[in-house]
Ligand binder design. Structure first.
Ligand code: UD1
Length: 354
């Protein structure tokens, strides 16, 4: 198949390009190569394997996107502004890149009759994960308050009785509950894509990524993921600073496994048994729950650096625990994660931080 990968020079996009190419598919890349994201433009271009066309354009440029769609069977839409989305000054950029960008892409796909899409979504659309109260069963705790966090009460209590909750795995049928600007733009992308699928008779797989790590992860910026922040600290000889009490639960999934999920999803969009108009959400996680403290200790050990420091600091938009149930991806698309956590961390630690 001929695949258009948006955000092709980015962290996940560049691995997706490799996965499609390795499987014998023809790839066209689209990337605006933002200098803030790619300060080293040469290095960003060098991520695209020889022989692959890279169109330098913003995904909001409908004329460029239409041209890029010529002869394309499926679009793998990775171009996005990522991070936590706490600073409201960033809201126009998040909404512009992620939602207006997706709307433009979908309009272009409709006019060029391209009917298959893989969309990079995120676990953040769920807000807090799945919790069970011994007394009240499944409950949806509200956002944690600043005063609770200040007092070191990091666990969200049962909204009905205030007792501690047991965190569990979120599946795709959970209610969407985005709790920051970035999360809201990811949820909106999903709604836009499912509306497109219904109206245009298209098919979309919405991949809700868990915490992706691995080679080419964006470096230490306010928008970087915690693994990159910890690695940068260790590379500079500093201890990783673990927020809250380090007990936050996440699922760290390797970027090559995420790229393989994109390939499987792109193939699935052509499945004859999938009816036109389908929008299917699929969690993408390794299936193994870790804590942020474990990640910090694992990276310190892999790099032979100082022990992590648990600071008790917090970020208001952070969720406490969110861990995915990726059974659907395994069962319906036959995907399996291949990169084991300790091996993935060792490889990640070994990559020179430039
Ligand atoms: C991350 C991604 C988000 C993605 C989501 C999917 C980033 C910035 N965020 O959000 O795009 O959609 O996973 O689940 O990549 N922490 C520390 N010390 C630090 C920084 C963070 O302890 O210096 C803690 C945070 O308090 C948080 C945890 O690490 O509890 C994870 O933070 P982060 O990497 O920003 O990821 P998510 O918020 O899970």
């Amino acid at each position: 198949m001929r695949v258009l990968v948006t955000g092709a020079a980015g962290f996940i996009g560049s691995h997706a390009v490799e996965a499609f190419t390795a499987a014998g598919h023809e790839v066209v890349g689209l990337d605006v190569l933002l200098p803030t994201v790619h300060p080293d433009q040469e290095a960003a271009r060098a991520r695209i394997p020889d022989g692959i066309e890279l169109i330098r354009a913003d995904v909001r440029n409908i004329a460029a996107v239409r041209r890029a769609l010529a002869g394309i069977d499926v679009v793998c839409h990775q171009a996005a502004m990522v991070g936590l989305g706490l600073d409201l000054n960033d809201a126009p950029d998040y909404a512009g890149c992620n939602d207006l960008g997706t709307a433009v892409l979908l309009a272009a796909m409709a006019s060029e009759s391209v009917g298959r899409l893989v969309l990079a979504s995120s676990m953040v659309v769920y807000g807090e994960g799945r919790y069970e109260c011994a007394e009240h069963g499944l409950v949806a705790p509200g956002p944690r308050t600043e005063s609770a966090l200040r007092q070191g009460r990091f666990e969200p209590p049962c909204p009905r009785c205030g007792l501690p909750l047991a965190p569990g795995l979120v599946d795709e049928d959970a209610r969407l509950d985005p709790r920051n600007v970035y999360a809201a733009t990811k949820a909106a992308q999903e709604y836009l894509a499912t509306s497109w699928a219904r109206a245009a008779g298209g098919t979309v797989a919405m991949l809700r990524y868990h915490n992706v790590y691995g080679p080419r992860m964006p470096r230490d910026t306010p928008y970087a993921g915690v693994a990159a922040i910890f690695r940068s600290a260790l590379a500079a000889g500093r201890a990783p600073r673990v927020f809250e009490d380090g007990g936050q639960r996440r699922d760290f999934v390797h970027v090559r496994d995420v790229a393989a999920a994109n390939l499987a999803a792109a193939v699935w969009t052509a499945d004859a048994e999938v009816s036109a108009g389908t929008g299917r959400a699929l969690n993408v996680g390794s299936g193994t729950v870790r804590t942020v403290g474990e990640l910090a200790r694992g990276l310190s050990a892999a790099l032979g650096g100082p022990e992590p420091v648990v600071t008790g600091e917090f970020r208001l938009g952070d969720v406490r625990h969110v861990t995915a149930d990726s059974t659907r991806l395994r069962e319906e698309l036959g995907w399996r994660p291949r990169v084991e956590f300790t091996e993935g961390l060792a490889e990640f630690a070994a990559v020179t931080v430039s």
